[in-house]
Design a protein around this ligand. Structure first.
Ligand code: F6R
Length: 241
């Protein structure tokens, strides 16, 4: 079941989505949050940091698991997703960093560490709320369009389109890692509640295909049509087609 929450602009969209995460933490203070990086959730993290600074929210018992990490980047590389999470959220709230999990970009045994990541999610009792962005090609996490829906955490070869989209964070496209570790579609489908955020006209086509198109691994986000609780937060531009 998909619920669409419209907002006039990115700031309002971010506040509304932050409210849902805020509510999740009130409902279950020891919840497991699945987190995402990229431009889309930055406003949400900013709002949650404000809520924390104002004494409205407590992350003491929250655990987090991130969707993905670039292969080959250590957590102190400024473009790594671990670094991103520290910078945008973890360093500014009272979450216990030992309970914040991001796939290990430097793993020397990818098969083992991907299986361990799946086992970790199971041990935590599953994910209560998963935050997602959407790629221009309909990817979620780094599950790129393909012939089948990937199940668990795995190593992905990034598509040219994703490298192109993400080069803005690097000195050049050549510096963008070619691979990443990502939760799979099954990990995402098994979460209890999904919050997907999309902003800007450049996301409109992918979002439309995901919400109203055929359910196909060619548009990985389309599988969300089968999830029992998906909240899609959009600004007007993202829903313009
Ligand atoms: C990030 C992630 C990706 C992004 C997507 C959109 O952890 O898993 O799926 O959510 O590429 O990125 P932005 O928000 O930068 O447009």
């Amino acid at each position: 079941m998909i619920h669409i929450h419209r907002a006039d602009n990115y700031e309002t969209m971010s506040r509304k989505a932050a409210d849902l995460i805020f509510a999740q933490i009130l409902l279950k203070p020891d919840c497991v949050l699945g987190l995402a990086t990229g431009s889309s959730p930055v406003g949400i993290y900013r709002e949650l940091v404000k809520d924390y600074a104002a004494g409205r929210i407590d992350f003491t018992n929250v655990t987090s698991v991130n969707l993905d990490e670039y292969r080959g980047l250590s957590g102190d590389h400024p473009q790594s997703y671990r670094y991103f999470m520290n910078e945008h959220l973890f360093d500014h709230v009272n979450i216990d960093k030992a309970r914040t999990f991001v796939p290990d970009g430097l793993s020397e045994n990818p098969d083992r560490s991907c299986a361990d990541y799946d086992a970790l999610i199971d041990t935590l009792g599953g994910i209560d709320l998963q935050l997602l962005g959407i790629g221009h090609n309909g990817h979620i996490g780094f599950n790129e369009p393909g012939d089948f829906f990937a199940k668990g955490t795995h190593c992905v070869t990034l598509s040219e389109r994703t490298i192109e989209a993400n080069k803005r964070f690097f000195a050049s496209a050549a510096d963008v890692p070619k691979q990443a570790f990502s939760m799979g579609i099954q990990n995402i489908m098994q979460v209890r509640k999904i919050v997907l955020v999309a902003s800007g006209a450049d996301k409109a086509e992918a979002l439309h295909a995901a919400l109203y198109g055929e359910i196909t691994p060619r548009v990985p986000a389309s599988i969300l049509q089968l999830h029992p609780e998906v909240h899609v937060f959009v600004d007007e531009a993202a829903i313009s087609c």
